[in-house]
Design a protein. Structure first.
Length: 202
C-alpha cells in the first residue's frame, strides 16, 4: 500500500510540471527566475540530505522530482523569455538562499549535522518561495492553479506514508505541503471569486 501511494505521489509530481511547463511555454505563466533557480539548488540539497537521512525509496520519488521539476521550469522560462524581472527584494531572498545552501554544503556530510543541514535547506527554500508568493498574492492572474494543486496533493500523500513522525522524515514533506498550499491559495481564490472559466485553471 505504501509503495502504491509513493508511486502515486511521484506521478502527481511529474504530472504537476506538465501544465506548468505548458503555461510557461505559451507565456500564460510568468515564472520568477530567482525562485525557480534557488528551488533547483534546494531540490538537489533536499535530495542529497534525504538520501543521507535514510529516507525510503517510496518517499524519495516526490523529492527527486522536486529537483527535476524546477530545473526544467528554470531552463524553459529563460529560453522562452517568460521569466519575471527580479526586483531588489528578490535578490535579497536569493542572497539568503545561496548563503543557506552554502551552509548546507558544509554540514551535509557530518552524521551529527545531517538534520541541521536539512533545516538549512528548508530555510533556503523559504527564501526562494517568498518572491513567488509575494508576486502571486499581488498578481494571481499571472499563474495557473492546476500545477500547484497537484504539487500540494503529492506532498499530502507523501505525509501519509511516513515510516516515522520524526524530524528527519517529517520536515521536508510537511514543509512542501504547506508551501504548496500557501502559493496555491491566491491563484485558486482569484479564479473562484471571479468565477473564471475552467480553462483559466490549466
Amino acid at each position: 500500500m505504501e509503495e502504491t501511494i509513493g508511486r502515486i505521489s511521484g506521478f502527481l509530481m511529474v504530472a504537476s510540471i506538465i501544465p506548468y511547463l505548458f503555461g510557461v511555454y505559451t507565456k500564460r505563466i510568468v515564472a520568477n527566475p530567482i525562485s525557480w533557480g534557488i528551488w533547483t539548488l534546494v531540490g538537489f540539497a533536499f535530495l542529497v540530505s534525504s538520501v543521507s537521512a535514510g529516507v525510503s525509496k517510496d518517499n524519495l520519488w516526490p523529492i527527486i522530482f522536486g529537483f527535476v521539476n524546477p530545473l526544467l521550469v528554470s531552463v524553459l522560462a529563460l529560453w522562452k523569455g517568460t521569466a519575471k524581472k527580479p526586483e531588489p527584494f528578490d535578490w535579497a531572498c536569493a542572497t539568503l538562499g545561496v548563503l543557506a545552501i552554502t551552509a548546507w554544503f558544509f554540514t551535509k556530510d557530518e552524521p551529527t549535522t545531517v538534520r541541521f543541514a536539512m533545516y538549512i535547506a528548508v530555510c533556503a527554500d523559504v527564501c526562494a518561495g517568498i518572491p513567488t508568493a509575494r508576486f502571486l498574492y499581488g498578481s494571481p492572474q499571472m499563474d495557473r492553479p492546476l500545477a500547484w494543486i497537484l504539487f500540494t496533493t503529492a506532498w499530502a500523500l507523501a505525509l501519509t506514508i511516513l515510516p516515522e513522525w520524526t524530524p528527519e522524515y517529517v520536515t521536508i514533506p510537511l514543509y512542501m505541503f504547506t508551501a504548496g498550499a500557501v502559493i496555491s491559495y491566491p491563484v485558486v481564490r482569484y479564479r473562484v471569486v471571479n468565477r473564471l472559466s475552467w480553462r483559466e485553471w490549466f
